[in-house]
Design a protein around this ligand. Structure first.
Ligand code: ADP
Length: 392
């Protein structure tokens, strides 16, 4: 790209060659420089500004005397300094050959303007004796290009998220198929047994229990799916109450004992625990999911510890087991719906990956949080943090 100054001089010279006075061409060149929309600077080899046209004021807000006699390098954005220095060095090394670059310069008001810069070494030209720089303000074009790139990056990230979600959804649907089929097989098998006339009363009772158990499992699964849907659509409204967490934990776990009659549950309940502001039914649900998991993912003989403790303006409920544990790299995705850890799947323990997603979303809806700490092969602790009832 030729600078407007170059064009002006060339044109003026060609005109003056055809019998017009040379002064005519110079006056025209000066007029073009004066009225150019581009900034035109003449620099020494050390980047000191010898000349600046009025556009430096229109484009960057500086009066010519603010730049005249000063090094122009400090006007550059710190990230663009290497570009600017390389470009000026290239221009200096090749007299007459334009060197080009796009850099940000600081406006007098502190904002940054993108400039397309063309620098030509005219040090040897006795009429100029400097490096002529033409700076075209391309802020709008460059910012639009950057915004388009950013939008593209967001789109790409959203596409990757969607792919990830689709993948999780597919494996969830496979799981769901399995989860529905297993109880249905049990229900159908036991119904067949009930139909057989020779079935004795004890086995009838057994079949009825199996049917009820599996039907309850299916109902729980459907409840979980519906609850997650309500959480996702932010349709779930909490009925907050002032709750004694120690009493609720003890009551809930005691009700769960018949589900795991051979288990030992240890309670380590904090004394003088303040009440929490929470929805009783939803807190029960979080306890049931965490204690249910501890039972499911740890061997029968191992104890399960349930603790409560005050933690600043919140109360923490922890459930600790000595079970199969979870690999550290899987901990961050554990609370994402449909996600299951490798350790559980490898052991063939049935599950849908919904329970912890429900726990975290309920905790967050309460203004709290939920997380896990675990060592694979040694055990896990799941924690729910709920805000205390500040009105008490
Ligand atoms: P589900 O148990 O139905 O698969 P959850 O959302 O409750 O779903 O748990 C997600 C995953 O986290 C489980 O599949 C399991 O891999 C892992 N997990 C949850 N609780 C424990 C625990 N106490 N010990 C080891 N792994 C656990």
């Amino acid at each position: 790209m030729s600078t407007s100054f170059d064009l002006a001089v060339d044109w003026a010279n060609s005109v003056s060659a055809g019998n017009r006075p040379k002064m005519w061409g110079e006056a025209l060149a000066l007029s073009l420089v004066e009225h150019s929309a581009d900034i035109i600077l003449v620099l020494t080899e050390d980047h000191i500004c010898l000349f600046a046209n009025p556009a430096v004021c229109d484009r960057l807000g500086y009066a010519p005397e603010d730049v005249l006699g000063h090094d122009v390098i400090p006007l550059h954005h710190p990230d663009d300094l290497p570009h600017a220095q390389t470009m000026l060095a290239r221009a200096a090394a090749s007299p007459g050959l334009p060197a080009q670059s796009e850099v940000r310069l600081r406006h007098q008001d502190g904002s940054w303007r993108w400039m397309e810069v063309v620098a030509v070494n005219r040090l040897a030209d006795p009429a100029i004796q400097g490096i002529v720089c033409n700076l075209r303000d391309v802020t709008e074009r460059t910012e639009a290009a950057i915004a388009a790139q950013e939008a593209l990056r967001h789109q790409e990230a959203a596409r990757r998220d969607l792919e990830h979600l689709n993948h999780a959804k597919s494996s969830f649907l496979r799981l769901l198929g399995h989860e529905f089929k297993t109880p249905l097989t049990v229900i159908a098998g036991n119904a067949d047994l009930l139909e057989m006339e020779e079935a004795r009363s004890e086995s009838l009772l057994e079949s009825a229990r199996a049917i009820r158990g599996e039907a309850q499992r299916l109902a729980r699964l459907i409840d979980d799916l519906l609850l997650l849907d309500r959480l996702e659509a932010t349709r779930l409204v909490l009925r907050r109450d002032s709750i004694d967490l120690n009493a609720l934990v003890t009551e809930t776990v005691n009700r769960m004992r018949n589900m795991a009659p051979r288990r030992v549950f240890h309670f380590q309940l904090g004394t003088d625990l303040p009440p929490v502001q929470a929805d009783r039914e939803r807190v029960v649900q979080m306890i049931v999911n965490l204690v249910g998991n501890a039972v499911k993912y740890s061997p029968d003989g191992e104890p399960i510890t349930i603790s409560t403790a005050r933690d600043g303006s919140a109360v923490c409920l922890s459930v600790t087991d000595r079970g199969i544990g979870i690999a550290a790299e899987e901990l961050p995705t554990l609370f994402v719906r449909y996600h299951r850890a490798r350790s559980g799947e490898m052991k063939g323990i049935p599950g849908t990956g919904l329970g912890l997603a429900i726990v975290r979303e309920l905790a967050q809806l309460h203004g709290g949080e939920a997380w896990a700490e675990s060592v694979e092969g040694e055990g896990s602790t799941f924690v729910v943090r709920l805000p205390v009832d500040s009105s008490k």
